[in-house]
Design a binder for this molecule. Structure first.
Ligand SMILES: [Zn+2]
Length: 139
């Protein structure tokens, strides 16, 4: 008999990150997307959240840029002035030992719970170069 999954409305797909593997003693840094202009951008490499294994905040921000995140959205005219920048760099975060949203919620619990109905995708980039994509599905 199979165990019932805790979050049957969340599907995990494992793939290859475009980021190069890094040290295995890294931490996870979480970037949350602002829906500037009224919509989120979702690609293979990031969702409404992207969680990146990195050595420190500077490394995390650099790795984020390689995935297509940008931190100057309003200044460069890409993002809506009143809504603000789509992405912000991590700054003083220490990072977490495992991928988390809001420093405490696992990706599958975030999507499978009642935190946000607008957010459907969380992508995690691990130190070994693998990529986990969590997607909320209709059930
Ligand atoms: Zn706006």
């Amino acid at each position: 008999m199979e165990a019932k999954p805790a979050y049957p409305n969340v599907v995990l797909t494992v793939g290859q990150s475009p980021l190069r593997p890094t040290r295995d003693d890294v931490k996870y840094f979480t970037f949350g997307q602002n829906n500037s202009g009224g919509g989120f951008h979702v690609t293979d490499d990031y969702g409404e959240y992207v969680i990146i294994a990195a050595v420190d905040v500077d490394d995390a921000n650099e790795r984020a840029k390689k995935l297509g995140l940008y931190f100057d959205g309003v200044d460069s005219g890409q993002d809506c002035e009143c809504c603000g920048d789509r992405w912000s760099p991590v700054w003083r975060e220490k990072g977490a030992d495992s991928p988390l949203v809001y420093d405490e919620v696992k990706p599958e619990a975030y999507l499978g719970g009642s935190y946000s109905s607008l957010r459907t995708t969380i992508v995690v980039h691990h130190a070994d170069g693998s990529r986990d994509t969590y997607k909320k599905i209709e059930t």
